[in-house]
Design a protein around this ligand. Structure first.
Ligand SMILES: C[S@@+](CC[C@H](N)C(=O)[O-])C[C@H]1O[C@@H](n2cnc3c(N)ncnc32)[C@H](O)[C@@H]1O
Length: 469
């Protein structure tokens, strides 16, 4: 794995009020302070999805951008901080130091000039109660970094966490699971992911939406069967067609789930059955794949009776909101798919199990994941996935299809999980399936295998058919 190889970007100035559209644009020191506060919360175990909504709305895009950059370079920042201050300072001081170091260690990817960053980090320290007593210490550490940058970078190069930004157990798994390509996977995990939309082809065509966006200077390219990938991210609520339900945000690999289930169902013995198609989306929130299953249901065919289950009641409203925006209907229930009783329900023709997982395939979009996961999480999640597979399989009709997927690049959550399942379930047949799909960032050398669509997240897919015993 190499240092990030992105083209040199022009340095940014702190956003002006005119640029943000708000009367009082934050100063850079304010953004740094808020970023350090957010980093502190992540270090205490909170995800960025929980932390960022607490940042005031006008500052959120700026803080998110800085926080994501910090999380992508936190391993290096921590190693540098240990060299500059071998005794760890108080958490708030350490967070601010690491924010400044993560943003300025690499002159190619630094969003601001290093001296500006250091001045503003010291200003941030002076303005906050928990750090003001240490402002001179922060200043001394950062100025020493600027003076001794080259030597300090060489010294920290020997630290694997500094080089890879991944904990050792994660790195070992990647090396074991992908012996030839782990290094490319490590490199691209630090790149931002593109913004990809799924087009609702019942309401518009991909070409029509692409032309509409192009007319306002927003270029995109087709990806997969239903996707358009933007050349730069935008606020989705301002994207023409979004509020009207013509498109949804969804990564290109995630867009494979619904077509895989429908293609297999239309090629299965269930094709010739009568009555509605009975589909179960076992782990549904926030409802991206639920909606896609309904959007691409075969036109003029049997009606679709879809039950979307979700264990977390707090995540259910997102499913409803998505379905409403897209004009789709499903039954939505809060339940544990692992203890689902047949009860009044008939068995299902098709089941989608988008199982809870480590999310090791979506680090580009969620750079907090390597900092939140523990090694023991993998075994717990693998056991949970096995429990869900075991509970759902008897609910599937003979001839029915179960699509299992995870957004993980770890083989225990993909190929190994399904091999173990097949060994214990002789009525299950693995149909032609994508298997592990590796993430690959645009512009990276195409030396990662199993990357079908270009720029997409890491995923695993298995399509299972239930045979007569
Ligand atoms: C990978 S996410 C699903 C993403 C969703 N399919 C989509 O495309 O928008 C996994 C979801 O499963 C839920 N979940 C975890 N365990 C579950 C269980 N035993 N029963 C039902 N849902 C569960 C989690 O709360 C989470 O919302």
């Amino acid at each position: 794995m190499n240092r990030p190889q992105r083209p040199h970007r022009p340095r940014l100035s702190p956003p002006s009020a005119a640029e943000t559209g708000f009367a009082h644009a934050p100063a850079l020191w304010q953004l740094l302070q808020q970023t350090a506060e957010s980093l502190l919360a992540v270090r205490q175990g909170q995800s960025t999805t929980r932390v960022l909504p607490r940042v005031r709305a006008a500052w959120r895009p700026g803080v998110q951008s800085l926080l994501f950059q910090v999380l992508r370079h936190l391993g290096r920042a921590q190693a540098l901080r240990s060299r500059l201050a071998p005794r760890a300072p108080a958490p708030a001081v350490d967070a601010l130091l690491c924010v400044a170091l993560a943003l300025c260690w690499d002159e190619v990817s630094a969003p601001y000039d290093s001296h500006t960053l250091v001045n503003q980090a010291v200003e941030a320290a002076k303005r906050e109660r928990r750090t003001q007593g240490q402002a001179a210490f922060i200043n001394a550490c950062l100025r020493r970094f600027l003076r001794e940058r080259a030597e300090l970078l060489v010294a920290t190069d020997s630290d694997p966490l500094a080089r890879t930004n991944l904990p050792s157990w994660w790195l070992e798994r990647l090396q074991r699971d992908h012996p030839e390509h782990w290094s490319a996977l490590v490199d691209q995990a630090r790149q931002p992911a593109p913004m990809t939309l799924r087009i609702q082809t019942r309401r518009t065509t991909r070409e029509a939406l692409q032309a509409r966006w192009a007319a306002m200077g927003l270029t995109s390219q087709a990806v997969g069967r239903y996707g358009l990938q933007l050349t730069r991210p935008v606020d989705v609520r301002a994207l023409p067609g979004f509020l009207e339900g013509e498109c949804s945000v969804q990564d290109a690999a995630a867009q494979l789930a619904a077509p895989l289930l429908w293609d297999a169902l239309l090629d299965s013995p269930r094709r010739h059955a009568s009555g509605p198609w009975r589909l179960l989306d076992a782990c549904a929130a926030p409802g991206g794949k639920t909606a896609h299953l309904l959007e691409i249901a075969p036109a003029g065919d049997r009606p679709v009776d879809l039950l979307a289950l979700e264990i977390d009641a707090a995540r259910l409203p997102r499913v409803q909101e998505n379905l409403q925006r897209l004009g789709l209907q499903a039954r939505v229930q809060c339940a544990d798919a692992g203890v689902l009783q047949q009860g009044g329900e008939q068995p299902w023709d098709g089941i989608l199990l988008d199982a809870p997982c480590t999310a090791s395939g979506i680090v580009r979009r969620h750079p907090d994941i390597p900092w939140l996961r523990r090694a023991s999480d993998v075994d717990q999640l693998v056991a949970q996935q096995a429990r869900l597979l075991k509970a759902l399989w008897p609910q599937l009709r003979s001839g029915g299809i179960l699509v299992y997927c995870t957004c993980s690049v770890f083989r225990d959550e993909g190929q190994n999980q399904i091999e173990a399942f097949l060994a214990h379930n002789t009525d299950a047949r693995l149909r032609p399936s994508p298997g592990h799909l590796m993430p690959l960032a645009t512009g990276f050398p195409a030396d990662v295998p199993d990357n079908r669509l270009g720029d997409h997240d890491g995923f695993y897919y298995a399509v299972l058919e239930k045979r007569d015993r």
